[in-house]
Design a protein around this ligand. Sequence first.
Ligand SMILES: [Ca+2]
Length: 406
Amino acid sequence: MPPSTRLPTWCMIPLFLVAVSGLLGLVLSPAPVHAEGAIIDTAIDAGRGHTCAVTSAGGIRCWGDNSSGQLGNSSTTGSAIPVAVCADASCASPLTGVTAVGAGALYTCAVTSAGSVRCWGNNFSGQLGNSSTTGSAIPVAVCADASCASPLTGVTAVSAGGGHTCAVTSAGGIHCWGDNSSGQLGDSNVGDFMAVPVAIVGFGGVSFTTITFVSDRTWGVFDADPAAGAATFLGFAQKVCLSPSFPSPCPSGATVYGSPSWGWVADLSSIPEASWIWAPGITGATATADLNQFFFAKAFELLGPPITGTIFVAVDDFAEIRVNGTVVGTYGSTTEIPLAIAADKARKAFDITPFLVVGSNIITIHAQNGPHTFSPLGCTVCTYAQNPAGVVFGGSIRFQPTKASR
Ligand SMILES: [Ca+2]
C-alpha cells in the first residue's frame, strides 16, 4: 500500500494558494510557505492538468490529472488534493531528497539531492529518458546516455515541455531527451524522438556533437539513391511487423504483414528506438513482393569535420549502405538464402567515417526483398504476407562543430 497521501488540511490551504498564484502569474510569497512546521513550496511547476510541489523536507507532492500516472503515486486516478510521489515500484515509501521539479504536459521529472533525475507519467516520446516508450506511474531513473548503463548524474535543474525534457548539470552541461520532431532536443538533428539524453554542444565543455539516428518514419523513400542522381520521392517510411507480436514489441501504428513469424530476430539493444521499416502504402496483401527494392534516405548537416560515424543494419533480405552516393558496403543477399537469413538474425556494423563530409550528407539504405524462392510457403507470385520485407538500422555521427548552428 502507498503511504498516507493526504496532507493535513492545515497545510493544504497555503499549498493551494501557491498553486493559484502560479496560475495567475502572481507572487504571493517570495519565501517558502511555513505552517507550523509543515514547510512547503521550495519549488513548484504545473503541467497541462497537474501540479507538483517540492517540500523543504525534500518530499514531492502532486495533484490534478493522473491519466498517465503523472502524479507518480502508482495510480492513474486523479486527485484534487496533493498526493505523495512514490520512491520506487513498491511504493512503500515516498520519494525523498527532491531538490527541483519540472512538470511536463502529461509527465513529471524531479531532481534529487544526489544529482540524478527521476521521471514518471506519459512516455510516448521517450520523455522519461529511460530508453523506453512505456509510461510509468512511479518514478524511473533517467539514463546517462544511449547505453543506459548508468543514470544521469550531476543534475541541478530540470525543465519539462510537451514531450521533451532538458536537464542542467553542475558543470553547465545541458542534456535533453524525448520528442525531437521539431529539433527541440538541440542536437542538430530532427527525428521522431530520443528516449535517452543527448548532451548539447556548447554547454558544459561538450565540444562535439553526436547525432544519433534510427530507422523511423522520418526517412524518405525513393526509387533510386537521391544522392546519386534523379530519384522519385515515394513518401515517408512506414513501420512494419511480421505479426502483431513479432518483432516484440510491434510499434503502435505499424503495418502488420500477417506473416508466419520467421526471422527478424536481430538484437537491436544498441539502437533501442529503431523500428523495422518499409515503403509507404504496402500491406501484407500487396503483390508482387518479390525482389521489390526501395531507397531510404535522410540528410544530415555536419557543422564541422566528422570524427566518427557508424551504422548498424539488419535486413530482409539485402541492403546496400550508401553515403553521399558512394557504396559503403552490403549485407544479405537476393540470391543465396543462407546469407539472406543471416542478415535478419544479426545486425552488421559499417564504418561510414571516411565517407562523411563537412556540410550536407545523405545517408541512403538501399534495401531489396528476396525472390519468391526465398519464401517457404511455395508461392510463385508472393504477397508481403508470404514474402515479407523490411530493414532496420541505427547509428551515430560525431563531429567537431566549427560553424555556427542554424
Ligand atoms: Ca523476404
